[in-house]
Design a protein around this ligand. Sequence first.
Ligand code: SAT
Ligand code: MN
Length: 614
Amino acid sequence: MSSGSTGKQQRHGYAFATQPPSGVSAAVLEWVAECARLTMPDRVVWLDGSLDERQALFSLGESEGIFVQLNQKKWPGCWYHRSNSNDVARTEHLTFICTPSQDTAGPTNNWMDDKLAYAKLRGLFAGSMKGRTMFVIPFVMGPLGSPLAKVGVELTDSPYVAANMGIMTRMGLQAWQQLGPAGTEFTRCLHSIGDVNPERRYICHFPFDNTIWSFGSGYGGNALLGKKCLALRIASFLGKQQNWMAEHMLLMGIESPSKEKTYVAAAFPSACGKTNFAMLIPPEKYKRAGWKITTLGDDIVWMWVDKESGRLHAINPETGYFGVVPGTNSKSNPNALEACRSNTIFTNVGLVKLSDGTFDVWWEDSDWPAPEKCINWEGKEWTPAIAKETGMKAAHPNSRFTAPMENNPVLDPAARDPKGVPVNAIVFGGRRSKTIPLVYQAFNWVHGVYVGATIGSETTAAATGQQGVVRRDPMAMLPFIGYNIRDYLGHWFRMRKLMSDCPRVFMVNWFRKNDAGKFLWPGFGENMRVLKWIVDRCHGRAYARETTVGWMPRPEDIDIEGIDVTLADIRELETVSTDEIKQEILLQEELFLKIAGELPKEMIFQRELLITRL
Ligand code: SAT
Ligand code: MN
């Protein structure tokens, strides 16, 4: 296959580069050679990130049966992929932080001795790419030239992973330029799908070596190593050492009628609507008045203290959205749907064969009617009748779209700005039917860290296990903190000292219910009304009264004109019951006990202060 001396490999008229481009650093060449000796691919292909190359990756995948091209009229540039049915979500129990001492990983991570982990995974990787191609993927996380932009190189035997990385990261030759010919500082990401056997699946992070080894899964968070593995676990570890922060947050801009811009970073545990919030459509009344919401990111932010202003600045290290498909429609999130219209990969949704032989996709709660039949995420025939009878789903509940952020109609232009944006507010949230009010502001940064660290969220039907149980998820980062949670919380507290002006910190809860079990707040676009109070607080305009939990709006401070919410509802939404907060403090013990003996003292002081206020 290889045409040897020209350094190119033909594939449907496209020639993949089989030799490294000039200027690749010696450290990269050496590491790629070492990994190739271990995994023994038939050929090594050096990707350059061009669009022609992406096309060729899809064609290659099509010939291997892993990609199906969709109807190009309805879905220009879009492809369909179905994964192994045992490989449809992140596998936290198979995810490890690998360091010499367990104390580095702490009580909330799975830990493996690093030498042991290397030995174990070397056994799995040995010869795992025989008969396959190893793709070398150079990528940059963060806008080029940003003080935080980081170079990674992923080696993978999956064209699906390569194509996804092209959407989710700044993949291409610019990564070699940023690294430089003598560069050694890059995240070494080695990935093989192996035989996709859950018994032989490991996602291992070696923070001291800036290295990730992932074996046996092709699923997003396990296999697109720039995402959760690099941009959260490894990055959080680096951030602790280098005085910056990697957080599981969306990032949005809010423009007021007077063109004043406010930037909000927000952390919500899964199933709380992070992507929807990041692309929120303001209510008509607000639109008409000139309010605009723009998206910078929907999943990850990196933040550092800008030397000049002393303020926290943020970038989104990614360039795409890896979003949940079911439930996405023109009502729930028109901007996300629009982002999926072209150059998007759909994974594990229903595949519909049209009368002209081309393919369409379908998922539960999409805008268009259910097909007479389709192939579901498991590769089985699905019909509405079968669905009715057996509950079979066309799309897996965690089926995903990989869409370029450039497709988002409300993309904030600053998403490409290396200087990032100044963060005015950090918002934490959770899904709570009781106890937590609609919105409150923490008294100060340190109190805000306590509020974020004690986020609780109720489990939903989307996850296995009991429903409605409150799980603690500090900063929505529990599965993504790449080191000891004690040091992570300490880092949050310490960041305050580096800032001369720090963001205001808020807690929100869109999910509070009344005694009859009915949601008290409409949510979705109407969350704009709460955002407005937050924006006004950031600029010193809105009124707030002091309560036991923090600063809260009076009922009349939340705009309810034009929605089916009364002042009495707001009063109920903003009720803080001493008994319930006492109960909440007891519930927090679950987390506090887990970190027992290691809790930063600020956490204990904040809890004591809260008890005193009660
Ligand atoms: O972990 S993924 O990146 O695959 C999806 C998510 O949980 O955000
Ligand atoms: Mn996420």
